[in-house]
Design a protein around this ligand. Sequence first.
Ligand code: 13P
Length: 249
Amino acid sequence: MRRPMVAGNWKMNLGRSEASALAQGLVDGVDDVNNAEVLICPPYVHIADAEAIVSGSAVQLGAQNLSDQDAGAFTGEISGAMLKDYSCTHVIVGHSERRALYGETDELVAKKFAKAQEHGLIPVLCVGELLEEREAGNTESVVARQLDAVIQANGIAALENAIVAYEPVWAIGTGKTASPEQAQEVHAFIRNKLADMDSGIAEGLRILYGGSVKSSNAEELFSRADIDGGLIGGASLDAAEFLAICRAA
Ligand code: 13P
């Protein structure tokens, strides 16, 4: 039985005091969240404050990105070791916004995935198709390509200690959620594809859905066989709403 996970990707939102208040609100409410593992990924500059607030609670801490390098002359970058120093346990890798807006290629994402694991962080690997790719009938080939880049570089065994998030790009921040059927179909495709390589890893892998998840649609999505929780953007910025989503998992 896969334990559900709900992860909040705060993206580039919230000032310092708002971020701390949100983290505190989650710590105060997390004990009522039955079964789900709860993770927050604040902007880098809020991670130290969040570490102090979530320490000792069931709220886990992660980052939204990491460098593919370890140290040195890489202005503006943050290494996996630095994140580890601030008690991060997870890191998002290959978010569609990184791919689309900052030119992250499948190869770079695969390197970041490896760096995360090298530093003892669990990568949350994001995959998903653009609207035009879905409309052209290429959803599965796009998702397969994104997964294969990571598997070719790191081996199928690397997915044993990782999480995958399926985030159809057309559903992110648009209010347009994939229907539970659409999401389940891609989640099942991902699991079946991996099962061809290693059935044990495929069975144990948590595959989160992301894209306009709210408390009002979470339960329906999370009830599908291959949807093991969510990666939440906008709705993770409100403690009560995010906790309601966690309770749905
Ligand atoms: P929204 O929940 O705002 O659609 O964002 C999803 C997402 O990109 C999470 O990483």
